[in-house]
Design a protein around this ligand. Structure first.
Ligand code: KG4
Length: 375
């Protein structure tokens, strides 16, 4: 009698910041991806770590339960539990890690720890069972031909999120479809991340948290050449965004002084299109800084396959900028669908699946880590 092939079914848990997410992947195909975003932080203008951990505790079981039901998978059918081990907020990571350990122990199945940053990059390999192409196509027509196309190795990935801005070299051997790729950080921010610059500048303008999407929206109606903000002059492939934040703040402060007002709202009444122009100028400066180093790295390494990942890759200016630079440089550009740009468990499931194939499991006494690393 022919032996039935055992399916590899993995439940993945993501809880590194303020999104509680669970996903189920079966033989490399994503069956479900459920995320509960935390609204509790909005009134504070940023993520409050203690509140994030408590919200994860409330959300984690309903989110996992929904992911399993949507996938039509029983707990007893699971082959392994994958979870985000770091980097992130330690309290938030502890909730996901502890839950993953408890579930793996009770089901007597292996644990797979996933680096959150590797997860963002692995979002490029996700194959959903039912891709919602219509929605993403409407959201950004320019990207439709680049979504759900997996980049061949090696490629360069610009990883831009709320906590990280990096250029990562992603490499692999011959059988790339069966192994987790090797990832090396070529350059990274020496101070703030691009997403942090968007969020902090948005806060100064009085926009809600997270500010990135608001900046993106207002920038569409602004003049990107209105305010020439400072750009860093760093050697190599490293980034810096703290000087840009200061330049943004001082430009606004000087304008307020010149008009004899002490609030942004009062200034906005005197200068038409003030917020839009600040947002457009900021977005252009961030995109210019990000793409300048990316271009240099691509030329130095002679790599023409270029990807972008992380929450800030949802930014329309960055997406257009990448595509335009790609056309000029004859790059093959890979941009993930919107739903896999911000934190989600689908990308953790994807990384977990490859690590499972590699037999790369995690001991039950491993602990989460907060700081940036990509191993
Ligand atoms: O990857 P992510 O969800 O979380 C981290 O792992 O950090 O990224 C969140 C960041 C926030 O800073 C948010 O403002 C930014 O991504 N973001 C955007 C946009 N959408 C999200 N930044 C600029 N434009 C957007 N459309």
């Amino acid at each position: 009698m022919e032996k039935m092939e055992q399916k590899i079914t993995i439940l993945a848990i993501e809880s590194s910041c303020d999104d509680t997410s669970a996903a189920v992947i079966e033989d490399g195909v994503l069956l479900s991806n459920v995320t509960a975003s935390q609204k509790v932080h909005e009134e504070f203008g940023g993520v409050v770590p203690e509140l994030a951990s408590r919200a994860h505790q409330q959300n984690i079981w309903p989110v996992i339960d929904t992911a399993l039901r949507r996938a039509g998978v029983e707990k007893s059918a699971l082959s392994a539990i994958a979870f985000t081990r770091g980097p992130g907020l330690l309290g938030s990571l502890l909730v996901g890690t502890s839950f993953a350990k408890g579930l793996a122990l009770s089901l007597q199945i292996p644990l797979v720890d996933v680096n959150h940053l590797q997860g963002h990059i692995m979002a490029h390999f996700i194959r959903p069972a039912t891709p919602d192409r219509a929605q993403t196509a409407n959201a950004d027509k320019a990207q439709t031909d680049s979504e759900y196309r997996c980049p061949e190795l090696p490629f360069l990935c610009l990883l831009v999120s709320g906590g990280n801005s990096q250029i990562v070299l992603v490499e692999g051997g011959k059988e790339q479809a069966k192994h987790m790729p090797k990832m090396t950080i070529l350059g990274q921010t020496i101070d703030d991340a691009a997403g942090e610059a968007f969020d902090k500048c948005a806060k100064v303008l009085g926009l809600p948290y997270p500010g990135g999407p608001w900046i993106d929206r207002l920038a569409k109606a602004g003049d990107a050449g209105k305010f020439p903000f400072a750009k860093p002059h760093l050697q190599g492939y490293d980034y810096s965004f703290s000087g840009l934040k200061t330049s943004f703040l001082y430009t606004l402060r000087d304008l307020m002084k010149a008009h004899g007002v002490d609030t942004v709202e009062a200034l906005a009444e005197r200068i038409p299109n003030l917020k839009e122009d600040f947002c457009a100028s900021l977005q252009k400066t961030v995109v210019d800084i990000l793409l300048q180093k990316l271009k240099r790295a691509a030329l130095d390494l002679g790599i023409r396959r270029i990807a972008v990942a992380g929450g800030v890759s949802a930014n329309s200016g960055l997406r257009e900028g990448m595509l335009e630079l790609g056309r000029k440089q004859h790059w093959e550009v890979f941009i993930p669908p919107f739903s896999f740009t911000t934190d989600n468990a689908a990308m953790i499931a994807e990384a977990g699946y490859f690590k499972y194939l590699d037999g790369d499991f995690c001991a039950i006494d491993e602990v989460p880590f907060a700081k940036t690393r990509i191993d």
